[in-house]
Design a protein around this ligand. Structure first.
Ligand code: NAD
Ligand code: ZN
Length: 359
């Protein structure tokens, strides 16, 4: 299956399937690069690099750059090592980068491609479920000590190749992490597909690579809808941040790497549902949703030792905050996202009620 993403500045195919990897030679032939730089992390290298090299036509010459795993790949140091490596290997403006890995590898490689010699092309080969979100849309970047994704550029890939068998080696928490973003998308898609997900996935063992074919397509289509309308996030693209205001604050306060991004966002989704019910006086069937989530072994409550004031202060530093008022993406019903400023009092009161419910 191919989805074509078209924005003002670019147009590229996203291939999703059980044998998508075979597309790689076709794409490379059409670009005809002088050299290829494959960027991957240690884990993905050990698991999947050989599969890629076996498929790659021997017409192309390549170099391999390996990074540490997780957020460490998105450091200034690793970025510098990568572009130095490219220069040392003689990559020119007609060379191409290939990101083989999760969102961290995609963000780093995309940013290197955006900046090396003022921009070269790159291809995304995502190996996590989460990376369906990061590989499409053109946001690339690295982290500073002071915060995540503070240095970056918009740079779209020439193509995205989603080879589903790669997903089968993911540990359960990484599957849950990526699936949380699909659940988020199911809630903001104009024809919400949350019920379909709830029917299809009943236990952790359902979280299997091939099972994700349809949900990934639906998730990618949701991303496409909002990115195509609003490439630079001036408006509706912000809906993709449902669950992320509290999610990011949880990640920052628990500590990056101690909880996966998607599992933190998942807790943020529940909070966004609670706020939405309060603001729009609609029944969003939250207890149904939570019971389902428990079967998939999601954490469905706020980690106990987090201070509400700390969370609130972290949320105030969010890029979406306007003059001190925190803006949330809420749902005026499933499929109907809305941006809304919420007062500190309402936020704190809702957090407290939630804590009392669990106690
Ligand atoms: P990741 O790349 O760190 O991958 C998560 C972990 O899974 C890593 O330890 C990795 O080694 C391992 N892994 C990857 N593929 C595997 C496989 N097939 N089998 C077994 N293990 C595998 O991160 P992620 O969770 O994919 O993405 C998170 C990153 O994406 C964050 O840095 C986030 O900021 C970024 N992101 C960017 C955007 C965007 O629009 N650019 C959107 C969402 C998230
Ligand atoms: Zn996210």
């Amino acid at each position: 299956k191919v989805i074509t993403v078209q924005t003002e500045s670019s147009r590229y195919p996203v291939f999703v399937g059980n044998n998508s990897l075979c597309k790689i030679n076709e794409i490379l032939h059409s670009i005809n690069p002088t050299t290829i730089c494959i960027v991957t992390d240690e884990t993905v290298k050990a698991l999947h690099l050989n599969t890629v090299l076996d498929v790659l036509s021997d017409k192309f010459s390549y170099h391999i750059f390996t990074t540490p795993i997780g957020e460490k790949a998105k450091s200034f140091d690793v970025y510098q090592q990568l572009v130095d490596f490219a220069a040392t290997k003689g990559l020119d403006r007609k060379s191409i980068f290939i990101a083989l890995g999760g969102g961290a590898i995609g963000d780093l490689t995309g940013f290197a491609a955006a900046t090396y010699m003022r921009g070269v092309e790159f291809i995304q080969v995502p190996t996590t479920i989460l990376a369906h979100d990061s590989s499409v849309g053109g946001k690339t970047g690295i982290n500073l000590q002071t915060g995540k994704n503070l240095i970056g550029a918009f740079h779209h890939p020439a193509a995205v190749i989603y080879h589903l068998p790669f997903l089968n080696t993911l540990p359960d928490n990484e599957k849950r992490s990526g699936f949380a973003e699909i659940i988020k998308e199911s809630m903001i898609h104009p024809q919400s597909f949350l019920n379909e997900l709830m029917n299809q996935f009943q236990t952790v063992s359902d979280l299997h690579g091939e099972e994700f074919f349809k949900p990934l397509i639906q998730g990618l289509e949701t991303k496409k809808i909002y990115v195509e309308q609003d490439e630079k996030e001036m408006g509706v693209r912000a809906y993709l941040n449902l669950g992320h205001t509290l999610g990011h604050a949880i990640e920052a306060n628990v500590g990056y790497g101690k909880i996966t991004h998607g599992e933190a966002v998942f807790i943020g989704l529940i909070f966004a549902l609670k706020l939405s019910e309060k603001v729009f006086l609609k029944d969003l069937q939250i207890s149904n949703f939570i019971n389902w989530a428990k079967k998939l072994e999601y954490t469905t409550y706020l980690p106990q030792d987090l201070s509400f004031t700390k969370l609130l202060n972290t949320m105030k530093r969010d890029k979406k905050t306007v003059s001190g008022q925190i803006r949330f993406v809420l749902l005026n019903g499933y499929g109907k996202p809305v941006l809304k400023e919420i007062s500190d009092d309402t936020i704190l009161a809702t957090l407290k009620e939630w804590k009392n419910e669990i106690a």
